[in-house]
Design a binder for this molecule. Structure first.
Ligand SMILES: [Zn+2]
Length: 268
């Protein structure tokens, strides 16, 4: 699942293409005419924010992608062997030395710089927790305004904080001993400090690693399937206190949240 750490990792890989001209571009039919504005232009910048990834070109056009839950990138040499069926490719960019393919992502748009400047969804994003200038106090203020909205729901709202998906939501709240059912406005600045102190290094580590999202320390991974503290462990004993892990559904989209009610009530 694409959370902010995976998008940051794809961004790192795509930066290898900066400075190179686009010699070929393949996009779905509705974007073909616009793709002419990118062909022959040079890639000048790669920017990630939360789960959004933006490629800037010397022709003053951009390609904006959002992987949602299923999208992924593959970056390699021209003519690379595709990891997935070619019909799932939403974008295929070729430069003299590289080829970059975006699979399955529901959002792939080719926009002029002016159009992108007024992109409502992108410009309403909250701070990205993996950016160097990320500040917890801004997030705390926004959460105060969320009132009774459950913290487990608010954590996934990319307008509040950008980059956290379903796995890191449950794991972060567990590590900070915050009950996901609590009203957002009840979470203190101190608790949020703990939460992001736990989450940011975990996600930074995930940025440099492919594969499953692992949050459990090595010494607790007694079996290969033991990867997370609470995520997808409903009914199994908590690694800290042995209380069975619970699962609830939260928010408009009824996203699953896993937690240990006992640990959340006793604090860190
Ligand atoms: Zn527990």
């Amino acid at each position: 699942m694409a959370e902010g750490h995976a998008v940051a990792r794809w961004g790192d890989a795509l930066r290898q293409l900066v400075g190179e001209p686009v010699v070929a571009i393949q996009v779905p039919p509705r974007w073909r005419e616009r793709a002419d504005n990118v062909r022959d232009a040079r890639l000048t910048r790669v920017h990630t924010h939360g789960k959004h990834l933006v490629l800037y070109f010397s022709s003053d056009w951009v390609i904006h992608t959002h992987a949602m839950q299923y999208g992924s990138w593959q970056i390699g040499e021209p003519g690379l062997e595709l990891r997935k069926d070619a019909r799932f490719a939403r974008l295929r960019l070729t430069t003299p030395r590289y080829e970059a393919v975006f699979f399955h992502g529901p959002v792939m748009e080719v926009l002029s710089v002016e159009e992108f400047a007024t992109h409502e969804r992108f410009h309403s994003l909250g701070p990205d927790l993996l950016h160097d200038d990320f500040s917890v106090s801004g997030v705390h203020q926004t959460l105060q305004q969320q009132g009774a909205r459950e913290i487990g729901d608010a954590m996934l709202d990319q307008r509040i904080v950008s980059g956290i998906g379903n796995i890191y939501k449950s794991e972060g709240l567990f590590l900070a001993a915050i009950d996901p059912r609590r009203p957002s406005s009840s979470v203190t600045a101190k608790e949020l400090e703990v939460l992001f102190d736990e989450l940011v290094p975990l996600m930074q580590a995930g940025r440099f690693k492919h594969g499953m999202t692992v949050t459990l320390p090595d010494e607790l991974q007694l079996e290969p399937w033991m990867r997370n503290w609470v995520y997808r462990r409903r009914g199994q004993p908590c690694f800290v206190c042995a209380t069975p892990v619970e699962m609830i559904r939260q928010g408009e989209f009824e996203r699953t949240t896993y937690f240990c009610a006992h640990c959340a009530s006793t604090g860190v």
